[in-house]
Design a protein around this ligand. Structure first.
Ligand code: AMP
Ligand code: MN
Ligand code: MN
Ligand code: MN
Length: 291
């Protein structure tokens, strides 16, 4: 699959990668080609886009990647239900044309559109103008989400910036955080496996859970067949990174890392930017490069 040489035994010998990144096909601002240019500038050799609940940008990523000397990996970030919590499962290295996966994602298109209508209704009840048409327009050909409402709110002058929109209206427990029946975590893992990919638990400390609950989440992710844990991502504490790495060892799971880049304006993030770490566990990249 790759002309890159590597030794799977050690993370250090692997090519520099970014396996978590968003394009304009969900809530990121750049096209796949623009992301590839940014990735090449940072010396990234293997790059995945992981748009929320869609694979629409993957074909463009794959066709443009050779021009930048980058190995492209198919990716997505699936929104899943785990008990009462919403969690994100990253799929990597799957067949982006797999019929069952496309069917699964088609249902998510409908679910997200329905949810967008509900979000707009809830916001209207707070005397905010109807933002649905603009949010749909901002989402374009991509998957609609709360960040498009955040942008529409900034444009309408309801808030000063997107972070404020989340803090006041869209974040966890706020009026625009509308609950819908996302597929379960088991269904998310299963569809990634059906399409031939690896399932990675994204940013485990970003779900507003105690670390005790994070352990339960990892236990359950492992029991359901999950393959890897993302241990390095923006904002993760170094102590947590170590604990997540230990959990990966305990469950014989692989580890992954990525920038979760969305846009330049979020100056605390950048393509290829995630905390340095060391791990004795296998990196997902080793597996992806074996395909
Ligand atoms: P959704 O996929 O519609 O549930 O929206 C979730 C996305 O909103 C995440 O992937 C982030 O990109 C963004 N997001 C979540 N919380 C915040 C926040 N507090 N501030 C800014 N963006 C956020
Ligand atoms: Mn996002
Ligand atoms: Mn996420
Ligand atoms: Mn993400």
């Amino acid at each position: 699959m790759s002309q890159l040489s590597y030794k799977p035994e050690t993370c250090e010998e692997l090519p520099f990668s970014d396996l978590h990144c968003h394009s304009c096909f969900s809530d990121g601002e750049l096209t796949p080609a623009e992301l590839l240019k940014g990735a090449a500038d940072k010396g990234v050799g293997v790059f995945a886009i992981t748009d929320h609940d869609t694979v629409v940008g993957v074909a463009e990523l794959k066709s443009a990647a050779p021009e930048y000397g980058i190995l492209a990996v198919a990716g997505t970030e699936l929104t899943c239900q785990w008990g009462r919590s919403m969690v994100h499962i990253i799929g990597l290295g799957f067949d982006e044309c797999h019929p069952a996966l496309l069917d699964y994602l088609k249902q998510l298109d409908a679910l997200r559109l329905m949810r967008a209508g509900l979000i707009a209704e809830k916001l209207c009840k707070r005397n905010i103008p109807d933002l649905l048409p603009r949010a749909i327009e901002l989402a374009g050909n991509g998957q609609i989400g709360r960040p498009h409402f955040a942008l529409a709110m900034v444009e309408a002058g309801v808030v000063n910036n997107e972070v404020q929109a989340f803090n006041r209206y869209l974040g966890a427990g706020k009026v625009g955080d509308v609950k819908v029946d996302w597929p379960t975590m088991a269904q998310g893992i299963d569809i990634i496996h059906q399409a031939g990919g690896v399932a990675v638990l994204a940013h485990p400390t970003k779900y507003n859970m105690t670390f005790t609950k994070v352990r339960l989440l990892v236990d359950s992710f492992s029991e359901q067949g999950g393959d890897a844990i993302e241990i390095s991502y923006p904002g993760v504490e170094s102590g947590h990174m170590l604990q997540l790495d230990k959990l990966a060892s305990k469950h014989k799971m692989m580890v992954s890392a990525g920038s979760d880049f969305h846009k330049k304006q979020f100056h605390w993030t950048g393509i290829g930017k995630y905390p340095r770490y060391s791990s004795n566990n296998l990196h997902v990249l080793s597996k992806l490069l074996q395909h």
